[in-house]
Design a protein around this ligand. Structure first.
Ligand code: NAD
Length: 360
């Protein structure tokens, strides 16, 4: 498996180091055949090459089976022109690699259930996956803009567009993911108001009938889904939805779990994917060895789960990581962001070491 490693800026470097140490251990245990190569991305790439996504980095990402990314950005680069800001590298990678499916699991570990603002009994044991369409919909549809009308007032407009193939491919990602989980998909739309999502519902239903009848499919309007995520989130397994609805619902689902330092993500195009924590480069804690590496480590678990080049053992290796996280939390180890009274406070590197030990 060819792995492109892009640590990026700030805590990105610290958390990716820990994930790599774990991957190396799993490589030994399962013979995964990982060949990894590092490249600069974000602010550090701008400093070295004058661009946040240098050609060589993009080429490495294009040639890889999977990409593991830390985070980009920081106060140092805030004054730069938008075209060369570190965050542009993320848009560049998503666009160039056509990463159309964004997967964000929201898992509540019972040891951390009290970190959520929602009552323990509602979220304990929660394990849902939001599959968001990432390259289409209203964020990219044309025409868009702001125009001045003859009477001097202004008119702003965006267009929500989806084509049949765009909906088919994201629906397939959701159904395939559900088959590896609890086999349930809820497709979220606003088909009662938006014609575009009426098509969405029709196509998802057809894909289901043609190929995925073994998976349980339901449909829900987005306003109801926003409510149900707070009222009874455990009713969901996989939620599949449009770019804008997914943007909002995945943040809502993530917050059920309490801490940003625990949230992994994957952005996929077919079998290829970019795996990264949901959080940013956290300049306020960078270089202090206090960042939580678990979001990135769980992103590495997704990488093993979703990359065919990881082979048959990829699934077992991914489960090893998830079990190690569960055990370390049950044993009371906490980084600062998830620390509560009576728990054992550890740093970033120590958390990585404890997890690696549990894999042995
Ligand atoms: P952030 O996610 O970096 O930090 C938000 C807060 O959460 C901070 O207090 C930080 O200390 C804390 N935090 C984040 N990750 C943590 C971890 N693993 N362990 C412990 N605490 C953690 O968001 P921000 O402060 O809004 O942005 C900082 C920089 O990161 C900006 O330049 C922003 O553009 C960039 N950013 C990058 C990405 C990305 O690379 N995908 C995502 C979001 C923000």
């Amino acid at each position: 498996m060819k792995l492109a490693v892009l640590p990026g800026d700030g805590i990105g470097v610290e958390v990716v180091d820990q994930a790599l140490a774990l991957l190396a251990r799993l490589d030994n245990k399962y013979n995964l055949g990982i060949e990894s190569e590092k490249a600069l991305v974000g602010g550090c790439a701008y400093d070295a090459h004058g661009h946040p996504l240098p050609e060589a980095t993009l080429k490495l990402a294009q040639d890889a089976d999977a990409i593991l990314l830390g985070a980009v950005g920081g106060t140092k680069w805030e004054g730069l022109d938008y075209s060369v800001r570190p965050e542009r590298a993320l848009l560049g990678l998503r666009g160039e690699l056509n990463l159309y499916a964004n997967l964000r699991p929201a898992i509540v570990y019972s040891a951390l259930a009290d970190a959520s603002s929602i009552k323990r009994e509602i979220i304990e044991g929660l394990d849902i996956l939001v599959v968001r369409e990432l390259t289409g919909g209203i964020y990219f549809g044309k025409p868009k803009g702001v125009e001045t009308l003859p009477d001097g007032t202004e008119r702003g407009f965006n267009t929500m567009v989806y084509t049949t193939p765009e909906i088919e491919r994201i629906a397939k990602v959701a159904f395939e993911a559900a088959r590896k989980r609890s086999n349930k998909v809820c497709s979220v739309d606003k088909a009662n108001v938006l014609e575009c999502t009426e098509l969405w519902r029709r196509v998802v239903t057809r894909v289901h009938q043609e190929k995925y009848q073994d998976v349980e499919l339901s449909h829900m309007y987005v306003d109801n889904c926003a409510m149900q995520l707070l009222r009874n989130p455990k009713q969901f397994d996989v939620i599949v939805t449009t770019n804008m609805f997914g943007d909002i619902l995945s943040d809502e689902a993530a917050m059920l779990t309490g801490s940003i330092g625990m949230l992994p993500s994957a952005s996929l195009c077919g079998s290829k994917g970019l795996y990264e924590p949901v959080h940013g480069s956290a300049p306020d804690i960078a270089g202090q060895d206090i960042a939580n590496p678990i979001a990135t480590i769980l992103s590495a678990a997704m990488l093993l789960q979703y990359t065919p080049a990881a082979g048959e053992n990829g699934q077992a290796a991914a489960r090893d990581i998830e079990n190690a996280v569960q055990r370390v939390l049950d044993e009371g180890y906490r980084t600062k962001d998830i620390h509560t009274k009576g728990m054992k406070l550890v740093g970033c590197a120590e958390m990585g070491r404890l997890l690696a030990e549990r894999i042995e």
